[in-house]
Structure formats: C-alpha cells, structure tokens
Write a protein that binds this ligand. Structure first.
Ligand code: PLP
Length: 389
C-alpha cells in the first residue's frame, strides 16, 4: 500500500518533532520548561465551560447540528465583529463556521485554486499554511517578513512574475512567530495590492485579541474594500483558551465564504452543537476574561523581556500575540541553539527555521508558563554565559 502523491508532499510536522524531543527529555525525568509550543496554559473561563455543560445536557445537542452551523453562532460572530471592530457582517452569507481555523486555512487553497495555481505565503509563517498548498496540489512562493520592515511584507519587492501569477495570499497579524502587529494603513495597502493583482487574501487573525500597551489589534475587515478581496479567520482557541474545543470561523467575502461552506458540506455536517452553543456564550458574554488574559500575557512579556536584557540578550518586545521572537547568538543555527538550550538548560524553544528560511537566526518563545518559570528559564540560559551582560 502506498500513500498518494499529495500526502507524500506534506511537509514534516515541525511541532511533532519538537513535542517528541521534549517528551523524551521529560521521560528522562528532567524538569523541562517548555516554551516551544503555542497552547494557552490558562483554563477556558468557567462561564463558557458551564454553557457547554448545560448545552450537553440538552438532548437536542446530541443530534446532527444544522448543516453549516447554528444560525445563532453566525449571528454571534457577526455581532462580535460589529462590536469589536465596527464592521457590518451579514451572518447568512459572510460567516462560515470552522472546525478550528487550522481546518479552514488548509481547506482554502482547495476551495479557490486549481492544480498548479500559485499562492503567496509569509516567511517566517505558521507552518500549516504549507499543508494547504501540498494537499491542493498547488504551488507557493514566499515573501519575506524582515525585522527592518517591522515584519510586514514589502509588496513592491515581490517579483512581478509572482504577483502576476498568484491567486491567493496569506497574512497573519498579530503575527506568529514574530509577535508583530499591523495597522489599518497596512491593510488598506494590502487591499490595493490585492485588487491590482487580482489576488484573494486570507488574513489569519488567530491572535486578534492579544495586543499590548493598550493597542487593540486591527481587523483586516476594518480596511475599506477588504470584503471585496478576502476573508479573515478568527479562532476561539487563543482568545478564550479554547484550543482543545476546535472552533473558529471565517468572515468576509461571500464567494470565499460559500466556497468554504461547500467544501465543508462534504467533510463535516457541522460541529458538536454543545460546543457551538458555548461559543455563542464566549462571543456574546462578558469579555472581562479576555482583558484579564491579555494583561496576564503583557505582564509575562514585560518580565521575560526584562530578564533577557538583564543577562545581556538584546531582544525586542513583541507588540501582540503570546510569542517572543529572539535573535540567536553568533555561532549557532536556530536549530542548534534550540537543541543546545534543551540539552544544557532544560528549556525548550522553537527553532526559527521551522517557520521558514527567514526564520533562521531566531527562536520563538511562547509566554505560556507563569512568570516564575519564565524567570527560571532565563536564569538557566544566563548560566550558559552566551551573552555579555
Ligand atoms: N493560525 C495561527 C497563526 C496559529 O498560531 C494557530 C494555532 O496555533 C492557528 C492558526 C490554528 O488555530 P485553531 O486552534 O483555530 O486551529
């Protein structure tokens, strides 16, 4: 028995390799501080858990959900966007419920592209964007996100042969892995670029709630004309610590939304109804839990960055997301450095190379352990005397 060519083209699951290394070290009895992954460490707020429990006790939720999701969840997503970003959304035609946004990200090229078509992806970027290209038998080209450009793409530097051929582009701000954020002017420039070259845009807004220093992240849909060219994907995984619940949605251009609905008609009936009910509670309920969560990440960021600078590690503070993107000291590749920290300091970080060619020279740290453990991690790294303090 052989796998299909499609499956053979799938990139190696980068996080699976990391998890394996960390699990091996833990099995050896070592006290590993795991800063390598992107799994929120806080529990889902209790009012959302209670909504799930109540819904699960109602036998109606044991049946198939309506195809394409519950209307009340689409309404909740539309009013959430109106309230949070001032964007008008038609819940019927402009919202698609997703089995986690990862599913939507991977499905989208299958929805919009034909075999051999080209998509544009950020480098560094979330590794699963590559899976969508592999499974749809399409091609991709990357565009660099460079520190000197605040990790935003320079559209003028993307070669014409790519802008002319590309049909779809992915963007993600607040950004994983760099922690960079984007403003409305950038999204307006993106709309103009997309219109000029006839490229559909997917904006991945996974960290849409997590902006620091009082700056709330901007939605792509806030840009004039955004709905004409693209959609945004919003997950409940990070905003409400619901990563295990697998729920998110796409919002925006009706043709793209219909394409996602169409493919999902054939993949899922829809999601577990009780999870959808709880998601309504999350989106329409009190948002204090989100504010608390952002504050927590901000405090961790401040503590961590200060501790790094104290040991002489010259690092920049991220503006959003719960990641810090740190330069690797001279003499190491990102992978060698990540391996060295795991072996010598029992600290796991993600090697930048896993996010693309332009991720080389960096490691990504998730601010997903408490402040005490973050300080302990930096102290352990400090003892390796890699930096001049
Ligand atoms: N997009 C980015 C940038 C992410 O970091 C993640 C998860 O880590 C996802 C999408 C996937 O989120 P979900 O849990 O909705 O599948």
């Amino acid at each position: 028995m052989e796998y299909s060519e499609r499956l053979k083209k799938l990139p190696v699951q980068f996080f699976a390799t990391l998890v394996e290394k960390v699990s091996r070290a833990i099995a050896e009895g070592r006290d590993i501080i795991n800063l390598g992954q992107g799994n929120p460490d806080q529990p889902t707020p209790s009012h959302i858990v209670k909504a799930l429990q109540t819904a699960a006790e109602n036998p109606d939720t044991h049946k198939y959900s309506p195809f394409r999701g519950m209307p009340e969840l689409k309404n909740a997503a539309a009013s959430f966007y109106k309230k949070q970003y001032g964007v008008d959304v038609d819940p019927l035609t402009e919202v698609a419920i997703l089995f986690g946004t990862k599913a939507g990200l991977v499905e989208l090229p299958m929805c919009l592209l034909n075999e051999g078509d080209l998509m544009l992806l950020p480098d560094p970027g979330y590794p699963d964007y590559l899976s969508g290209a592999a499974l749809s038998n399409t091609k991709y080209q990357t565009f660099p996100l460079k520190a000197q450009n605040d990790f935003l793409p320079d559209y003028n530097a993307i070669p014409e042969e790519y802008t002319e051929a590309a049909k779809l582009m992915y963007l993600n701000y607040p950004n994983n892995p760099t922690g960079a954020t984007a403003n409305r002017a950038f999204f307006e420039e993106t709309v103009a670029f997309a219109k000029k070259h006839n490229i559909a845009v997917l904006h991945d807004f996974a960290y849409g709630a997590i902006g620091f220093d009082g700056k709330k992240p901007v939605s792509f849909l806030e840009a004039e004309g955004a709905k004409e060219v693209g959609v945004e994907m919003y997950t409940l995984s990070k905003t409400y610590n619901m990563a295990g619940w697998r729920i998110g949605f796409a919002i925006g251009n009706p043709v793209i939304i219909e394409s996602l609905n169409l493919i999902q008609d054939h993949l899922y009936v829809s999601l577990f109804p009780a999870v959808q009910k709880a998601a309504v509670t999350a989106l329409t309920g009190n948002q204090q839990c989100v504010e608390d969560s952002v504050l927590l990440y901000e405090q961790r960021r401040n503590t961590f960055i200060k501790a790094c600078r104290r040991i002489g590690w010259q690092v920049e503070a991220p503006a959003g997301s719960f990641f810090a993107w740190l330069p690797v000291p001279d003499g190491f590749t990102s992978e060698a450095f990540a391996d060295y920290l795991l072996e010598e300091a029992d600290v796991a970080v993600a090697a930048g190379k896993g996010f693309g060619k332009y991720g080389e020279g960096y490691v990504r740290v998730g601010l997903l352990v408490d402040e005490e453990r973050l300080i302990e991690a930096v102290n352990r790294i400090g003892k390796l005397n890699l930096f001049q303090s």
